[in-house]
Write a protein that binds this ligand. Structure first.
Ligand SMILES: *[C@@H]1O[C@H](CO)[C@@H](O)[C@H](O)[C@H]1NC(C)=O
Ligand SMILES: *[C@@H]1O[C@H](CO)[C@@H](O)[C@H](O)[C@H]1NC(C)=O
Ligand SMILES: [Cu+2]
Length: 188
C-alpha cells in the first residue's frame, strides 16, 4: 500500500517537473542552496533545485514537517539570500538593466517586474515592466516579453544592504492557477 502511494507520488512529481516553465535567465537569479534546504526541507530542495522553472503551487505540494516559516514560497520562490551572497548586482539610479526571461512552455496570464523589499515582501517600486497578455498559448509570444529592459529608480537608500532588495519577475497564469517568480539580488 505504502509502496503504491510512494510510486504514485513519484509519478505525480515527475509530471510536475515536466510542466515547469519560466525563470529569469539573466541577470543571475537567486538559486537554491543549503540555506534553502534548511528553510524549506529536503524534499522541497530536491524538487526545486532539480527544476527551477516550476510554479509555486507545485512547490507547495512539498511542504512537510521540515518546512519552516523562512520558506517564503511567494517571495523569490523561497530562495534565500544566504545562498546568493556572492551573486549580488549593483545598479545606480536611472540605470537601464536588460532582463532576459526563459520560457520553456507558455501559459496565458499576466506578468510584471518590480523591486521588492525582502524584509517585508512588499513592492517598493513598480511595476517597472508590466505584461498584460503574458506568455500566451494562443499566439506567438512577442519578443519584448522575454527580452526587455527596466530602468532602476532612485531607491533613496532603501536597497543599500545586500539581501534587502530584489528585482522580482512575477508571472501569474490564473486560468490554470500557476504562479512563477524569479529574483535578482542587487544593491543601490
Ligand atoms: C504583479 O502581478 C501580480 C499578479 O497579478 C500582482 O499581484 C501584483 O500586484 C503585481 N505587482 C505590481 C507591482 O503591480
Ligand atoms: C511589446 O511590443 C508591442 C508591439 O510589438 C507593444 O504593443 C507592447 O505594448 C509592448 N509590450 C510592452 C510590455 O512594452
Ligand atoms: Cu504549467
Amino acid at each position: 500500500m505504502f509502496t503504491k502511494i510512494a510510486a504514485l507520488l513519484t509519478a505525480l512529481s515527475a509530471i510536475g517537473m515536466a510542466q515547469a516553465h519560466g525563470v529569469i535567465a539573466s541577470p543571475p537569479r537567486r538559486q537554491p542552496g543549503s540555506a534553502f534546504q534548511s528553510a524549506c526541507g529536503l524534499q522541497m530542495y530536491q524538487v526545486v533545485s532539480s527544476d527551477q522553472y516550476g510554479n509555486q503551487q507545485g512547490a507547495e505540494q512539498n511542504i512537510n514537517s521540515e518546512t519552516t516559516a523562512a520558506c517564503t514560497l511567494y517571495l523569490c520562490r523561497g530562495m534565500q539570500f544566504a545562498d546568493n551572497s556572492g551573486n549580488v548586482q549593483h545598479y545606480t539610479a536611472g540605470q537601464s538593466v536588460p532582463i532576459s526571461i526563459d520560457i520553456r512552455a507558455p501559459h496565458t496570464g499576466v506578468a510584471n517586474v518590480s523591486i521588492v523589499d525582502t524584509t517585508t515582501n512588499s513592492v517598493i517600486a513598480g511595476p517597472l515592466y508590466n505584461i498584460l497578455d503574458a506568455y500566451s498559448t494562443s499566439h506567438t509570444i512577442p519578443a519584448n516579453q522575454t527580452s526587455f529592459s527596466i530602468t532602476i529608480p532612485s531607491l533613496g537608500g532603501a536597497c543599500s544592504t545586500a539581501g534587502k532588495c530584489v528585482i522580482q519577475w512575477w508571472w501569474d497564469a490564473r486560468p490554470i492557477d500557476q504562479t512563477y517568480m524569479s529574483c535578482v539580488d542587487f544593491t543601490q
